[in-house]
Design a protein around this ligand. Structure first.
Ligand code: SF4
Ligand code: SF4
Length: 302
């Protein structure tokens, strides 16, 4: 079973459009949307959700006011400025964000500033601090007409998306082994941060979908650097190549210098937004050149 990751370095290059077409073309696979901060592959795969699962991604501290003696040790140790005494009437964020209401004689914790490090619990002489597990997102296992699909949604303003990527990739791997799948195909996150690094772990081939814009070129170079740093076989697809042939040639030169194969180039097509509006992968929507070029790219990947 081979794991194929589609990444871009930046958003809006057409990564998910290409991934959704691979979902149509690959016959025995599990699909994953690892862009947990802004999942959108489900819009094109029309999943029927079979299970919804809580993701416990962080902890936050809570002070038991019955036990607190107001010594202030927790406030001193908290490097995230999350703990305030009662006498401080200006909360760090706002009253509405407090984990517990301000009352006399105790300290309180601003739940949105708390990083769950647990230092306050260690120093508290009265064992007044507890750490509560926080649900920071959900992940889903679905059936689609293209096969099993695993995706997730991180809660608003929540972190640890790299860990959530690892959770859904592990689930996809279990499903792939159960069904003896040939591929796991992963729609990766944008950028080069923790979610991308979590996506690259154990990948057989990373495919960078780029576009011939200056930001597209810049971010392609960055993400190629990350993928190669981790020793992942990396290829490139140039999307909308015909909107700037000069930049397309620059991309090819950069790929040549970095020993990265260009699998193909896809033309700009106004059918793409139409297919997205319909909620279907582009190769099911039309037989235009772009559809044929995506099929050719998939044949090379196989
Ligand atoms: S360290 Fe414990 S007892 Fe002291 S102020 Fe903080 S919660 Fe209260
Ligand atoms: S758990 Fe860490 S971040 Fe949260 S209030 Fe305690 S010391 Fe501060």
């Amino acid at each position: 079973m081979k794991q194929i990751l589609i990444i871009s370095g930046k958003g809006g290059t057409g990564k998910t459009v290409v991934t959704a077409s691979f979902a149509v073309l690959a016959k025995n696979k599990v699909m994953v949307d690892a862009d947990v901060d802004a999942a959108n592959l489900y819009l094109l795969l029309d999943p029927e959700i079979k299970s919804t699962n809580a993701y416990i991604g962080s902890k936050s501290a809570f002070i038991d006011e019955e036990k607190c003696i107001g010594c202030g040790k927790c406030e001193q140790i908290c490097r995230f400025d999350a703990i305030s005494p009662v006498r401080d009437k200006t909360p760090k964020v706002s009253d509405s964000c407090l984990e517990q209401p301000i009352s006399n004689g105790v300290y309180y914790i601003d739940k949105f500033a708390c990083e769950g490090c647990g230092a306050c619990r260690v120093v508290c002489p009265k064992d007044a601090v507890t750490l509560n597990e926080e649900e920071t997102g959900k992940w889903f296992v679905s059936d689609t007409k293209y096969g099993p699909f695993v995706h997730a949604k991180l809660g608003i303003a929540q972190e640890n998306s790299g860990k959530l990527v690892s959770v859904i990739r592990e689930k996809a791997k279990v499903l792939a082994i159960e069904k003896n799948a040939d591929y796991i195909i992963i729609d990766g996150p944008p950028g080069i941060g923790c979610p991308v690094i979590a996506s690259l772990n154990g990948i057989d081939m990373a495919i960078v979908v780029t576009e011939p814009s200056l930001s597209g070129i810049h971010d392609m170079q960055r993400v190629i650097g990350v993928a190669q740093h981790f020793g992942v076989d990396t290829k490139v697809i140039i999307n909308k190549y015909d909107i700037n042939l000069e930049n397309t040639n620059a991309i090819k030169e950069i790929c040549k210098d970095n020993k990265v194969e260009v699998l193909g180039q896809l033309p700009f097509s106004d059918k793409v937004p139409q297919a997205i509006v319909k909620g279907v992968p582009i190769i099911e929507f039309c037989n235009d050149q772009i559809a044929q070029d995506i099929i050719n790219v998939w044949e090379q990947i196989k």
